[in-house]
Write a new protein. Structure first.
Length: 163
């Protein structure tokens, strides 16, 4: 099951990275068009604005899966391994609570946006609901990953009580 979870998150992160690459390429084309031909891509700023949350929220779970999130270990570096694991568990529980709220509200806002046909007010009518669904999905996946990490921390604390 964890193998599937890792592979699924890798695919989701790849999709977000591919979107980021596409957005970067179109920004380069937009800048070159503006500088060399005095003809930028119309609506490019709006498109980038709408897509940024997609490649920010979707990879959250995969980054945590790889244990690549930024940590400040000034205080925890002085603690023994068992206390560090307990603090990691506490952080996972707090993260789950916070991101469940984000995911819950995100799904509600995404569904509402889809039902009403919400669009970004700009030169072109860019639909907003795909971005809102991506934010909700990213928060949901991160909740699941935090729960997996929390379960692994509990198992580690139980299996090695002498630490």
């Amino acid at each position: 099951m964890l193998h599937f979870w890792r592979k699924f998150n890798r695919i989701v992160t790849f999709v977000a990275g591919a979107l980021l690459g596409f957005v970067m390429l179109t920004i380069v084309v937009d800048v070159c068009g503006r500088i060399f031909f005095n003809h930028p891509i119309t609506g490019m700023v709006d498109t980038v604005t709408v897509t940024i949350p997609i490649f920010l929220f979707l990879p959250l779970a995969y980054v945590d899966l790889l244990d690549e999130h930024i940590r400040v270990e000034v205080l925890t570096g002085c603690l023994d391994e068992k206390k560090q694991m307990a603090l990691d568990l506490l952080a996972a529980v707090c993260g789950i609570v916070l991101f469940i709220i984000f995911a819950w509200e995100g799904w509600e806002l995404a569904l509402e946006s889809w039902r009403m046909g919400e669009y970004y007010p700009g030169v072109y009518r860019i639909r907003v609901y795909p971005t809102k669904f991506a934010i909700a999905l990213g928060c949901s996946l991160f909740c699941i990953q935090l729960a997996i990490r929390g379960i692994m921390d509990v198992k580690a604390l139980i299996s090695n009580p002498e630490r």
